[in-house]
Design a protein around this ligand. Structure first.
Ligand SMILES: Nc1ncnc2c1ncn2[C@@H]1O[C@H](COP(=O)(O)OP(=O)(O)OP(=O)(O)O)[C@@H](O)[C@H]1O
Ligand SMILES: [Mg+2]
Length: 276
């Protein structure tokens, strides 16, 4: 398999449903369980709160966790006889996930091993209408399936998520190298689960180690967008509803908007638009 992104002129056709989507951002990590889904969701909520038109695509076909995080696990989208799926609209975010589609209604292709094909289909068949930002929550990994998926998605930029542990940092390096080979602009790095701060104390406990994200951001010359604290979850909740986390994600969203604008100025046309 070629390391380079395929020649977009000939291979990436923008589906009709994405023509009015201005920015497509993939939230990516090499290692699983570092918080991609949590971050995608809360970033989307913050952007929507700011007044942007926002979509959230759960690209984790085999283990969609987004419906649970977004408190939508009981929601089902009817797909029967429909060419276009209407995304669920929740808190100002248009949301689609394989987890919202009833088991018996999943087309054969969506149950198959070709993850990228199924994600592309889910993305292209959703009636997004006009969006300022489409956030894509990607599945973990740096293997072939992940590479193919990233090559096929018409992404404008990626955000990379890591946790402070050495193992996560070293996996993240592999992930960054992969994204670089794809020539996909990187908006920045997020370190999740950076520290734990008890509610009534100002002391921060660096449970998984300190400074991993910072040194990685220096090494690869990319902005460290956020250091997100670890929350002791007592019950199920959306992080954005907590004042501390709202601040963290609002600050992240501002940086994402700023960096995306900057990238757009340097890359005149990331995706050549082509009819077909
Ligand atoms: N800052 C945090 N504080 C507390 N819990 C967190 C934090 N970030 C994520 N989590 C929790 O950790 C678990 C893993 O997070 P999440 O599902 O977002 O990771 P992921 O990278 O998407 O995982 P996967 O690779 O399996 O898709 C979830 O239960 C999530 O709610
Ligand atoms: Mg996930």
């Amino acid at each position: 398999m070629s390391n380079k992104r395929p020649n977009k002129e000939t291979t990436v056709r923008i589906p009709e449903t994405l023509r009015r989507v201005k920015n497509i951002i993939g939230v990516f990590s090499a290692k699983g369980g570092v918080g991609k889904s949590e971050i995608s969701l809360n970033l989307a909520l913050s952007l929507a709160k700011e007044g942007y038109k926002v979509g959230l695509l759960d690209a984790d076909i085999h283990g969609p966790s987004q419906p649970v995080l977004f408190e939508a696990s009981k929601e089902i989208i009817d797909v029967k006889d429909k060419l276009l799926l209407s995304p669920l609209e929740k808190r100002g975010v248009k949301f689609i996930s394989m987890g919202l589609i009833a088991r018996d209604q999943k087309p054969v292709m969506w149950r198959g091993p070709m993850v990228s094909g199924a994600v592309m289909q889910l993305m292209a068949q959703t009636d997004w209408q006009e969006l300022d930002y489409l956030i894509i929550d990607t599945p973990p990994g740096t293997g072939d399936a992940q590479l193919t998926l990233l090559q096929r998605l018409p992404l404008n930029a990626a955000i990379i998520v890591t946790t402070p542990q050495d193992v996560s940092i070293s996996d993240t390096k592999k992930g960054i190298e992969m994204i670089k080979r794809l020539e996909l602009p990187i908006l920045g790095l997020i370190e999740n689960m950076s520290f734990f701060k008890p509610e009534k104390s100002n002391k921060k406990y660096y449970i998984f180690g300190k400074g991993g994200g910072k040194s990685l951001s220096k090494e690869y010359e990319m902005e460290l967008l956020s250091e997100i604290p670890l929350l002791e979850k007592k019950e199920f909740l959306i992080l954005y509803d907590l004042e501390t986390y709202k601040k963290v994600f609002d600050s992240l969203a501002k940086k994402v908007v700023k960096n995306m604008e900057a990238i757009k100025k340097t890359v005149t046309q990331v995706i050549p638009q082509k009819k077909g």
